[in-house]
Write a protein that binds this ligand. Structure first.
Ligand code: ACM
Ligand code: ZN
Length: 557
């Protein structure tokens, strides 16, 4: 009896050290074909992950894969270039995981293709497309680009999950995947509250895990200017600091504590490089002409009244904005954007343009004179004049402007991309005018709203109610659009504003698991979405969050 007990214990220990792999991950890959015979490839500790030497991006991919498996599952794989694979009857030696590029379309002669090349040729041209195969030869991730391979790496690590052990049994499978949308964004407001560089990197890691590719970084606000402009050092030094912060929901009581922080250009470059390794583009936003008290505090002459202005200690929308009639305003903005473009290589640059009250302009002699000079009918057209000037400036640098949907009001500049946040209306109108559109409607995508009905049972949100199921239900391409107009929808994004979110743990809680929901909207064709299986798949993601120390909302509504 005692022997039997010992045997069972040992058997359980051995079994426990073998991993449970599941390809039911988030976002769900488009096609997962398991081998019906149930065969598995056994990945051992110290297994080699290989690529063809000379490809630095692939070397970085391999290194990241090894770091992921170590952190997620305490499982060691060893990156090593140019290791040949030899699979002699179920006893593979050499590389266990191979990362490679599909040959460019048309490069492979029809005759004499190897089995691997035949598989590769079924990949689409989407730069994020990948194929992940597990068979007797091991694991192969093929991408059209290194970016596609990186997306496949994320699927592999999520399939392995947290349960490393001595060996990992990977069921034979062929996965084919590519995202539905080319733009898969997440916005983060680091101006209402400042978040340290290390956390921005964690934020980017979380995005990478979910296959997102655009980090929209909101850098300036009424409550603080957080981007270093070297030619105007006071802007960040003084403009980032508010004397105190209001308590509660603008309760009229203040904490009496100075609050500040900004990102040096070196910090920004470090973050851009960190994101680039994870195939995430960083889109900086300097919001203009409103949300500018951080700058007006330092340069009061740029406001219609001449100030003085304080870095705002309260939440809301200030009526004090940049004076559109003062020629110094455009000089100032161009200098700021010149430095911004030096630091951020992104083709897309966000100029904000939201919530900019025009009441000061109505009463400002300089603004009214400018309107007269340009023959403008109203103040909306005055804002368009600024947008167009910025558009010209950015276009000359080879960049493309993004603006919130208010930028449509006076007629959007030709080249501009609209970010539709006040519902889908702005996006529909913009697509009909043949402007490209990013969909981020408040009702589905504002993750500073509460995710549970009982708002007392959770950390603060700004109000509202956007549960995971609501995010999941977003269809970013409105049915009103024709097929041709629908092509202008680049993709969806969630936005995390931080008036009521002051710490990394709280930011993660707001993000997860709503990011899981949006990632599936970003990747899966709408007919393949399935909220019931999504909820089941979420359990495995949560194990990973627990392992990696990511905070999340444990309940889904
Ligand atoms: C916004 O939420 N003000 C774009
Ligand atoms: Zn003015």
């Amino acid at each position: 009896m005692k022997k039997l007990f010992t045997f069972i214990c040992v058997a359980l220990m051995v079994m426990g050290s073998w991993a449970q792999v599941s390809y039911d991950v988030i976002p769900q890959p488009r096609s997962v074909q398991l081998n019906p015979n149930g065969e598995v490839y056994v990945l051992s500790q110290q297994a080699v992950v290989t690529w063809v030497s000379g490809n630095e991006k692939m070397a970085s991919n391999a290194l990241l894969l090894s770091e992921y498996l170590q952190a997620d599952a305490q499982f060691t794989v060893v990156p090593q270039a140019d290791v040949k694979r030899s699979a002699k009857k179920g006893a593979p030696v050499g590389a266990a995981i191979t990362l490679c590029l599909a040959p460019a379309k048309g490069n492979v002669a029809k005759k004499g293709k190897s089995a691997a090349q035949k598989r590769q040729s079924s990949l689409s041209d989407n730069p994020d497309a990948y194929q992940l195969t597990v068979d007797q030869n091991g694991v192969t991730i093929i991408g059209v680009t290194e970016e596609g391979v990186f997306r496949g790496i994320q699927t592999l690590r999520k399939a392995i999950g947290t349960q490393g052990g001595a060996q990992i049994e990977l069921p034979y499978v062929t996965i084919q995947d590519e995202p539905r949308f080319s733009y898969r964004g997440v916005h983060f407001d680091t101006a209402r509250h400042f978040f340290p560089v290390d956390f921005i990197k964690t934020f980017i890691d979380i995005m990478a895990l979910h296959g997102c590719n655009q980090f929209h970084w909101h850098l300036t606000e009424d409550q603080g200017w957080r981007f270093e402009v070297k030619s105007m050092p006071k802007l960040a030094q003084k403009g980032s600091v508010r004397k105190q912060t209001v308590l509660g929901r603008n309760a009229g009581i203040y904490d009496g504590q100075p609050y500040g922080g900004y990102y040096t250009q070196e910090d920004c470059r470090e973050i851009v490089a960190y994101a680039a390794k994870r195939y995430i583009n960083v889109i900086p936003e300097i919001d203009l002409p409103g949300h500018m008290l951080g700058a007006l505090h330092v340069y009061p002459e740029l406001g219609c009244t001449g100030g003085p202005y304080e870095v705002w200690p309260t939440w809301g929308v200030s009526e004090d904005v940049l004076c559109a009639g003062n020629p110094k305003t455009l000089d100032f903005l161009k200098r700021v954007y010149d430095e911004l473009c030096e630091v951020f290589p992104s083709k897309l640059i966000h100029i904000g343009g939201d919530e900019s009250p025009r009441v000061r302009w109505k009463h400002c002699p300089k603004c009214q004179a400018k309107m007269k000079e340009l023959g403008l009918k109203n103040e909306a057209e005055l804002q368009t004049y600024i947008n167009k000037e910025m558009d010209k400036h950015l276009t000359a640098k080879g960049r493309t402007l993004i603006g919130w949907d208010e930028t449509l009001e006076g007629g959007l500049s030709e080249n501009g991309i609209v970010m539709s946040w006040r519902g889908m209306k702005g996006g529909i109108e913009a697509a009909r005018q043949h402007h490209r559109v990013i969909m981020t409607p408040t009702d589905y995508c504002y993750i500073d709203y509460y995710q549970l009905k009982d708002d007392w049972a959770q950390p603060h949100g700004i109000g509202g109610y956007v549960p995971v199921s609501k995010v999941y239900s977003l269809e970013p391409v409105p049915s009103e659009l024709t097929e041709e107009e629908a092509q202008y929808i680049l993709g969806p994004q969630v936005n995390l504003w931080t008036e009521y979110v002051g710490f990394p743990e709280h930011a993660m809680y707001m993000l997860l698991p709503r990011l899981d929901a949006i990632s599936e909207v970003q990747w899966l064709p709408k007919e393949q979405k399935n909220y019931e299986t999504f909820k089941q798949r979420l359990g495995r993601m949560e194990q990973l969050y627990d392992r990696l120390g990511y905070k999340y909302c444990h309940k889904t509504e």
